[in-house]
Design a protein around this ligand. Structure first.
Ligand SMILES: [Zn+2]
Ligand SMILES: [Zn+2]
Length: 437
């Protein structure tokens, strides 16, 4: 159903009980005529004059080119593990800034390093797009029919390039900064494993990242110590039986009934067997079985996602799902095959790294720019890095404060490009602060 009036969708991003039907995120095509798209030279810098001089000067001179680069990447999105042109553009831009960079051996993504000294901190951006058709009406919309940067990774990589160019002008950083342009964040298994295999985490004392957040206005930064995203696993169940006539279920195994017991029983039992503070939620996204009203089918399939907000409960999820499925199906006499895909843990923001990032955000954009971030029910591959290195992920406000808020992964998702300078300032300040501690 199309929404015609202006709807505040902010609650749609909240987890748990605050998500209600009226907050469903609309999938609107925004008419081009309603869009104000400034020239790259006119995109604002909300932190202008906040300093230091090298950062002010760098943002002033680089911002129009960064906006152009972002629009170019946006118009030519590439899916996970296929980011060849994006990778080449990142390599070229780093080389032009005099920053040593190397390709990740798996084929896409870049690791670069700058500065000198033994201390080493990391900044990470993801670079891949999604298999979603873009319907923003922007003049630099995706040139592909079914691929777009609906998660804002074009902004992330642009911000990291901008921060690198600024840090290159900062003089002695008191250490080294590693720049990680990670491929394939949106696919499973994620490109974090390629980065780790390439030695991307070796020697890092801390690692930082940001992610676009359409709940927050451009110029605001959301921060939170502890878990800021959730786990996401996939449950894939295939059930089989002899099949037969619906008039004689006692002579066969009633496969649709068996599916039904798992559909309702497994989510319910998980809430009784897992710690309620894990806030686990199993939601079925696909059910397939049967053709006729009077025939018991021989096979059926259930697929769904299990998400939870707690790292400890995540470890017990797979064995518990296996145990409960077996117990639910035993009396039905159906056979089954369960495939459990373990996804990623929550992004667990380390306390001190988050404090460093908070003070950096205050210096970058002012004390009024800080917001307490909510824990998202979404998942993020950055979590894999933070299992090995302390660090923090911040939310970067990208809402323009005027137009309807649209969620990430929506075909209508847009960003206020003033977020680019804000992100550059945030990451540059974060790297400097982390090297000083
Ligand atoms: Zn995403
Ligand atoms: Zn993303």
């Amino acid at each position: 159903m199309a929404h015609t009036g202006r709807v505040d969708t902010s609650r749609a991003f909240a987890h748990g009980e605050s998500v209600r039907s009226e907050s469903r995120v609309p999938q609107l095509t925004i008419p081009a005529a309603s869009l104000h798209v400034p020239a790259p030279e006119d995109v604002g810098d909300l932190g202008a004059g906040c300093g230091p001089d090298w950062l002010d000067e760098s943002v002033r001179s680089d911002l129009p080119d960064l906006v152009r680069l972002r629009r170019r990447v946006h118009a030519h999105p590439e899916l996970g593990h296929q980011e060849s042109a994006t990778t080449a553009l990142i390599m070229r831009t780093l080389e032009q800034a005099g920053i040593k960079a190397r390709l990740i051996p798996s084929g896409t993504g870049v690791i670069a390093e700058m500065g000198a000294g033994s201390k080493l901190v990391g900044l990470r951006a993801d670079i891949d797009a999604l298999p979603i058709a873009e319907r923003t009406g922007l003049p630099f919309s995706s040139t592909l029919p079914d691929v777009s940067h609906a998660c804002g990774h074009d902004v992330h990589l642009t911000v990291l390039l901008g921060a690198a160019m600024a840090l290159a002008r900062a003089g002695d950083l008191g250490g080294r900064v590693r720049l990680i342009f990670q491929p394939a964040e949106e696919v499973f298994p994620g490109g974090s494993h390629d980065v780790i295999a390439a030695g991307g985490l070796d020697g890092l004392s801390r690692l930082f990242a940001l992610h676009c957040d359409p709940r927050l206005e451009a110029g605001l930064v959301g921060l939170k110590a502890g878990a800021i995203t959730s786990t996401s696993d996939v449950v894939d169940l295939r059930v089989s039986g002899p099949g037969g006539h619906t008039s004689r279920p006692h002579l066969t195994a009633d496969l649709v009934y068996a599916l039904g017991t798992v559909i309702t029983g497994l989510p319910a039992l998980l809430t009784r067997r897992l710690d309620p503070r894990a806030a686990s939620v199993l939601v079925w996204g696909a059910v397939h079985s049967g053709d006729a009203a009077n025939a018991i089918p021989q096979s059926g399939e259930l697929r769904g996602t299990l998400r939870m907000m707690d790292r400890n409960s995540w470890d017990s999820a797979e064995p518990l799902v296996r145990e409960l499925v077996a117990e639910l199906l035993a009396p039905t006499e159906c056979d089954f095959e369960l495939t459990y895909y373990r996804g990623v843990p929550p992004v667990n923001n380390e306390l001190f790294s988050t404090e460093l990032m908070t003070s950096a955000a205050q210096r970058a954009l002012g004390t009024d720019a800080i917001r307490l971030a909510e824990q998202s029910t979404g998942a993020e591959d950055f979590a894999v890095f933070l299992e090995q290195v302390p660090g923090s992920l911040a939310r970067l406000g990208v809402w323009d404060g005027v137009s309807q808020r649209v969620d990430l992964h929506s075909s209508s998702f847009r960003v206020d490009e003033r977020a680019i300078a804000a992100g550059v300032r945030l990451l540059a300040h974060t790297a400097v602060a982390a090297l000083q501690h």
